[in-house]
Design a protein around this ligand. Structure first.
Ligand SMILES: C[S@@+](CC[C@H](N)C(=O)[O-])C[C@H]1O[C@@H](n2cnc3c(N)ncnc32)[C@H](O)[C@@H]1O
Length: 180
């Protein structure tokens, strides 16, 4: 019989960085600033801090983020109707995972500075088959992430519109795109 301590986890723990983010993190120029939008517990904030980037982490709930060198924490409601609180072309890396608020999608894309990259992964229509989010307001329409990146002048490096099994079954879109 296998012992618990000897077993490898079958799925990554929820706090581990998204494999998509890890795969494309090198698109963000070394040492340049990163914005983690709707950062939650900060798994990608920590990932980019550990890689030597200054990181700005924004969320309406920032309680999980302890002060750290090179970390700027911004507590903000991104859905309150105010303009997106970051200027165009202000970050070499913009990372968004498991979050969509359509009215600020274009502003998020515009935040990527020339030479920088957008890495975005979130739920898509079809996810309602698997659970939440199931509200279409929070689910990307087919091609929506691709269209948003291209409308913002980004060059698409990789894009997927897929059903995944891990960390749990979900319909997702994900994109990695650079700003010329
Ligand atoms: C599913 S979590 C994703 C967290 C993180 N990006 C990750 O993948 O680990 C969604 C995050 O969006 C944040 N959020 C939801 N509504 C928000 C709002 N109106 N303004 C700012 N953040 C919001 C939540 O607080 C939460 O941290």
């Amino acid at each position: 019989m296998e012992q618990d301590g000897a077993m490898e986890p079958l799925v990554p723990p929820p706090e581990s960085p998204s494999p998509w983010v890890q795969r494309f993190a090198d698109l963000v120029p070394e040492g340049e600033p990163v914005l983690d939008v709707a950062c939650g517990g900060g798994r990608h904030t920590r990932w980019f801090l550990e890689r030597g980037h200054p990181v700005t982490a924004v969320d309406r709930n920032v309680r999980a983020l302890a002060p750290m060198p090179r970390l700027t924490v911004v507590e903000a409601d991104l859905e309150d109707g105010h303009p997106f609180p970051f200027a165009p072309a202000s970050f070499a890396g913009v990372v968004v995972t498991n979050y969509l608020w359509r009215p600020i999608l274009a502003a998020i894309v515009q935040c990527v500075a020339p030479g920088g990259a957008l890495i975005y992964e979130t739920f898509a229509l079809g996810n309602e088959r698997f659970g939440r989010p199931s509200n279409p307001d929070f689910l990307l329409a087919p091609g929506e992430l691709l269209d948003a990146a291209r409308a913002g002048g980004l060059r698409v490096v990789a894009y997927e519109d897929v059903v995944v099994d891990s960390p749990r079954p979900a319909a997702v879109q994900r994109i990695a795109a650079t700003c010329p």
